[in-house]
Design a protein around this ligand. Structure first.
Ligand SMILES: *[C@@H]1O[C@H](CO)[C@@H](O)[C@H](O)[C@H]1NC(C)=O
Ligand SMILES: *[C@@H]1O[C@H](CO)[C@@H](O)[C@H](O)[C@H]1NC(C)=O
Length: 837
C-alpha cells in the first residue's frame, strides 16, 4: 500500500519534467478532488490537512487545485466506496466539532468536488435522415463563367489542391452565391495568418500532410490519453481532423484548403473516452493566451429529450475563458447548434449552445435550404454551409494524404464559421469575444426570407429561429471587422426571482407573466443596450415535452425560448434551467417583458409554473464602472429568502392581452441580498414563509393565555388564543384590503387602457391551418401551433407582404377587458394574502 503514493510521486515528477504543468490522471488508481480555495491559501497546507496530495492548479482556473488520493485495492473497497468523499466528510466533521475560536484551514475551502469520469460529449455528425426523407436530385451543371472565375482564382492564388474543385462551400460554381463568399478575402491577402483555432474534439492528425504545415503543437493536448499530442487512436477518431481541415488545411498538393488556410490549428482531444469535468474544464482553457478560437462540434445527445448543461467547473472555465483568455479579450467559443431537428430537438436545451459565451452556428445546405437535422433556437446566432441538398463538405481526413467527401451535420458548420472568424482576427486581433458576436450578426445575410420564420428586430435586422441572423458571409464579416469600433465592456441587469406558482392551463391558452424594467433600473445597472437575454425558470410538469415558452420584449420581438418536443417525456420539468435569446440584440430593454408558457397538449400531463428570473446582458453605459461577473456558484439558483411576485394572467387566444399591472413591481428593485449581482430566489413553500408574520405570531404566542374564545365551527389551528386573534384579525384586514385594492386596480387599468390602447399586446397564436397557408415552403410539414405571432404589430413602417399576412390573421378587438381586470384584481388579492400570512 505504502509505495503507491511514492510511485505516483515519481511518475508525477517525471511527467513534470517533460511537459508543462499537466499531470496525467489515473482514475483506476486514484481519486481526484477539485478544490476552490480562498485567495492566498497554500494548497499544500490544505492537502496535508486532508491527507491528500496536491496535484497542482486546475488548468487556468484561479485558485482551483486538483488533489489526489490513492484508492484502496479493489478487494478492500466497500460498495459505497465510489460515493465516499474525503473532503466533504472532513468539512462536515470540522463543522460539527467547531469551537468558536478555532481556526482551521478547511474554512478556506470555498468549493470542492470529487471528480467522476462520465461519458464524453457526443459528436455532431450527420444523423440518419428521418423516415420518408429523400435527398433531392440535383442538376449538377456548373456555370461556365463561374468555372472561368474559379480557374483564374486558383492561378492567382496558386491553389493546386486536388479537391479544391469539390469544395463548393468555398467556391460554388453550380449554385451561384451558395458559398461562404471568401475568395475576394483571400485575394485581398487575408488568409488567417497569425490567427489560431483549436479544434476541441476526438483528436487531430497532425501528421496529415494537409495539416502539418499549420499545426500548432503548443496549443494541443490529449485529455483522453494524457499525452501532449492529439493523435487519433480509435478507428472512429476522424471527426476532429475533418473539422480541422475545414479551417486550416494548407494550400498545397493535398486534398483541399481550409477557409483560413494560413491560420494555425491546434487539436484538443476530449471526445474519445470517458472524461471528468475537471479535464473538460482544463481543455476549454488550454493555452488560452494563444488559442484564440475554440471550435466545438459536440454536445449532449441530440435526441429530442436531453436537457443537459455543462457542470459548474466547465461553466467556470468558459467564463474564465471570456474574462482572461487572449489577454482578457476573451476566448471565442464556437458551437455547433445540434443535429436533432428531426426529433424536434432545440439548441436551447443544450447548456453549451445556449451559453452567452458561445457563438452557436447552425447549418444550411448547398442549395441554401434548412437541412432536416439542423436545430433551431433563439440562442442561434448564424448559420453556414454543411451537408444536405445532395452533397456534403469535402475536407481532409485522418492519414497522410487522405481526403473525405462526406463531412456534415452542424459539426461541419461550426468549424467553417470558426475559420471565418479567424480571418477577421488576422486583421483585428484586438476584437473582444463580444465584438466577434456583433460582427457575426451584423454581417450575416438573411436567407429564405419567404419561409415565414423571420421577424424584424429593433436594430433593423431580421431574426429567424432556424437561421439566426442569417448565413455567414466572409467578405462582409471581414469588411465590418476592418473598421469595427470596439464595444464597451459588458454590463447586466438581473430581475429578482419572480414568483408565479400557478397551474399552467392546457390548450392554446397560456399562462402569461410580466416584469417591468424601468429606465432607472438599467441606468443603475450601467446597461446601455441589450445583447443577450436569459431567462431561468422553474416549472413542474409531468411531461416536459408538452411545454413551450415565449419571451416577448417591450418592443414585441418574440423569442421562442422553449419549444415542444414530442420525444421529451421527462417528468422533471425545468429545474433552474436557463434559456437564452439573441433576438433582442440592440433593444433598449426598457418596458414590459412578457413570458408566455403554454401546455398545448390537452392530456393528463399538467404542471405548475413556479418562478422565473430575467437577466438582461448588454453593453455598459460607463466603461469605467464595468465589473467582471463573479464565477458561477452551485448555489446561485437556490437561495430561498426573497419573495417577489410577477403578474400572472392567462393569455387567452381570442382576445388581446391586458396590459400588465405594474403595481406588483414596486418593491422589487431593492433586494435583500449580500451579492449585488445575485438576486436570491424566493421560497418554494406556498404560504407561511413571511418572516414578519412568523415573528409577530411568535411574539403573540408568548403572551397568550391558552384558552379559545372562538366559535366552535372555526378552526383554532392548535395555537394560543392571542395567535388566533392575530390570524383572524389579519384575515379580516386582508379581505378588506384586497377588496379595496381590486377596485382601485380596476379603476387604474380602465383609465390606462383608455389612455394608451397600444399598451395592449396584439400578438396572436395562429392555428395550424393558418400556419400551413402561411408557409408554402414547408409543404406538408406540420409545425407547432402557436409558433407565429404578429410580432410586427406596431413595428416598422416598411411592412412587407409577410408582415401584412401575419397581421391580417390577428383579431384586434379586445372586449373582454372587464373580465380580465376582474381576474387580475382577484389574483392581486390572492398574492397579498400569501405575502401577509
Ligand atoms: C460577396 O463578396 C462580394 C465581394 O467580393 C460582395 O460584393 C458581395 O456583396 C458579397 N456577398 C454576396 C452574397 O455575394
Ligand atoms: C502575430 O501576433 C503576435 C501576437 O499578437 C504579434 O506580436 C505579431 O506581430 C503578429 N504577427 C503578424 C505577422 O501579424
Amino acid at each position: 500500500m505504502k509505495f503507491v503514493p511514492f510511485v505516483g510521486l515519481v511518475i508525477g515528477s517525471l511527467a513534470g519534467l517533460g511537459s508543462a504543468a499537466l499531470q496525467p490522471r489515473n482514475f483506476d488508481t486514484h481519486d481526484y478532488y477539485v478544490l476552490h480555495l480562498e485567495r492566498g491559501v497554500r494548497p499544500d497546507h490544505v492537502a496535508s490537512r486532508l491527507g491528500l496530495r496536491n496535484e497542482g492548479p486546475l488548468g487556468e482556473l484561479p485558485y482551483h487545485y486538483v488533489l489526489s488520493d490513492p484508492k484502496p485495492r479493489t478487494e478492500s473497497r466497500s460498495d459505497e466506496y465510489e460515493d465516499h468523499d474525503i473532503v466533504k466528510r472532513a468539512i462536515q466533521e470540522h463543522r460539527r466539532k467547531r469551537s468558536p475560536d478555532a481556526v482551521d484551514i478547511l474554512d478556506s475551502i470555498k468549493f470542492s468536488q470529487k471528480q467522476k469520469r462520465r461519458a464524453p460529449m457526443q459528436k455532431r455528425v450527420i444523423p440518419s435522415p428521418p423516415p420518408g426523407f429523400y435527398p433531392q436530385v440535383r442538376e449538377n451543371k456548373a456555370d461556365a463563367q463561374a468555372l472561368e472565375k474559379q480557374k483564374s482564382l486558383m492561378d492567382t492564388l496558386g491553389i493546386k489542391d486536388p479537391i479544391f474543385h469539390e469544395q463548393w462551400h468555398l467556391f460554388n460554381p453550380v449554385q451561384l452565391g451558395h458559398d461562404v463568399n471568401v475568395t475576394d478575402v483571400w485575394l485581398s491577402g487575408i488568409t488567417g495568418k497569425n490567427a489560431t483555432v483549436a479544434i476541441v474534439d476526438d483528436g487531430l492528425d497532425m501528421d496529415s500532410n494537409d495539416l502539418k504545415p499549420n499545426y500548432y503543437a503548443a496549443g494541443s493536448y490529449d485529455f483522453n490519453d494524457h499525452r501532449p499530442e492529439p493523435k487519433p487512436t480509435l478507428s472512429d477518431d476522424k471527426h476532429g481532423t475533418r473539422c480541422a481541415g475545414e479551417v486550416s488545411a494548407a494550400k498545397n498538393d493535398v486534398c483541399g484548403v481550409g477557409v483560413a488556410y494560413d491560420s494555425k490549428i491546434a487539436g484538443i482531444r476530449i471526445l474519445s473516452k470517458q472524461i471528468s469535468d475537471a479535464d473538460e474544464a482544463e481543455a476549454m482553457n488550454y493555452d488560452f493566451q494563444h488559442n484564440q478560437i475554440y471550435s466545438c462540434s459536440w454536445g449532449p445527445p441530440d435526441d429530442g429529450k436531453s436537457m443537459d448543461a455543462p457542470g459548474i467547473l466547465i461553466k467556470r472555465a468558459m467564463l474564465n475563458g471570456v474574462q482572461n483568455g487572449r489577454d482578457s479579450l476573451g476566448s471565442i467559443y464556437v458551437f455547433a447548434s445540434g443535429n436533432g431537428a428531426a426529433s424536434e430537438d432545440n439548441c436551447n436545451f443544450d447548456g453549451y449552445t445556449n451559453s452567452i459565451y458561445s457563438i452557436t452556428v447552425g447549418a444550411v445546405d448547398r442549395e441554401g435550404n434548412h437541412p432536416y437535422y439542423s436545430e433551431k433556437c433563439s440562442a442561434q446566432l448564424v448559420v453556414t454551409y454543411s451537408s444536405g441538398g445532395g452533397d456534403a463538405i469535402h475536407t481532409t481526413d485522418v492519414g497522410e494524404n487522405s481526403c473525405y467527401n462526406g463531412h456534415g451535420g452542424t459539426s461541419a458548420a461550426a468549424p467553417l464559421a470558426a475559420g471565418i472568424f479567424a480571418l477577421a482576427l488576422e486583421i483585428r486581433p484586438d476584437l473582444s469575444w463580444r465584438d466577434m458576436q456583433y460582427i457575426a450578426l451584423e454581417s450575416a445575410v438573411p436567407i429564405n426570407l419567404d419561409s415565414g420564420e423571420w421577424q424584424p428586430t429593433t436594430i433593423g435586422k431580421q431574426f429567424s429561429h432556424t437561421f439566426g441572423y442569417g448565413k455567414v458571409d466572409s467578405y462582409a464579416l471581414v469588411q465590418i471587422a476592418k473598421d469595427w469600433k470596439k464595444v464597451k465592456p459588458q454590463a447586466w441587469y438581473f430581475s429578482p426571482w419572480l414568483h408565479v406558482r400557478k397551474e399552467i392551463p392546457q390548450g392554446n391558452e397560456g399562462l402569461s407573466v410580466t416584469f417591468d424594467v424601468t429606465e432607472d433600473m438599467l441606468k443603475e445597472a450601467n446597461v446601455e443596450r441589450l445583447e443577450h437575454v436569459t431567462v431561468t425558470m422553474n416549472v413542474q410538469h409531468t411531461r416536459r415535452g408538452d411545454l413551450s415558452v415565449d419571451l416577448i420584449s417591450p418592443s414585441k420581438v418574440v423569442s421562442h425560448i422553449s419549444a415542444t418536443r414530442k420525444l421529451d417525456t421527462s417528468d422533471e420539468g425545468y429545474d433552474d434551467w436557463t434559456f437564452m435569446s439573441v433576438a433582442h440584440w440592440g433593444e433598449s430593454g426598457v418596458g414590459t417583458w412578457t413570458l408566455v408558457i403554454r401546455d398545448t397538449n390537452v392530456n393528463d400531463n399538467t404542471g405548475t409554473f413556479t418562478d422565473w428570473h430575467l437577466k438582461l446582458w448588454g453593453e455598459s453605459i460607463d466603461a469605467s464602472k464595468a465589473t467582471l461577473l463573479p464565477m458561477p456558484e452551485e448555489t446561485d439558483d437556490d437561495d430561498h429568502d426573497h419573495d417577489a411576485t410577477s403578474t400572472a394572467t392567462p393569455a387567452v387566444s381570442t382576445t388581446s392581452l391586458p396590459p400588465p399591472a405594474d403595481a406588483t413591481n414596486s418593491g422589487v428593485t431593492s433586494l435583500p441580498t449580500d451579492h449585488p449581482d445575485r438576486p436570491v430566489k424566493p421560497s418554494n413553500t406556498a404560504v407561511g414563509s413571511g418572516p414578519t408574520g412568523t415573528s409577530e405570531a411568535e411574539a403573540a404566542e408568548t403572551t397568550g393565555t391558552g384558552s379559545s374564545w372562538l366559535p366552535s365551527f372555526l378552526p383554532t389551528f392548535g395555537v394560543s388564543s392571542s395567535t388566533q386573534a392575530w390570524i383572524y384579525g389579519s384575515l379580516v384586514l386582508i379581505v378588506i384590503f384586497c377588496a379595496g385594492l381590486g377596485a382601485w386596480l380596476w379603476f387604474v387599468r380602465r383609465k390606462r387602457l383608455r389612455n394608451n390602447p397600444r399598451d395592449a399586446y396584439d400578438f396572436q397564436p395562429l392555428n395550424e391551418e393558418e400556419m400551413e397557408g402561411l408557409n408554402p415552403g414547408e409543404k406538408g410539414q406540420r409545425r407547432r401551433g402557436g409558433e407565429l405571432y404578429d410580432a410586427f404589430a406596431g413595428g416598422s413602417e416598411d411592412e412587407d407582404d409577410n408582415d401584412r399576412d401575419h397581421r391580417s390573421l390577428v383579431s384586434e378587438e379586445s372586449d373582454d377587458d372587464d373580465e380580465e381586470e376582474h381576474g387580475q384584481g382577484e389574483r392581486q388579492g390572492e398574492r397579498l394574502l400569501r405575502n401577509n400570512q
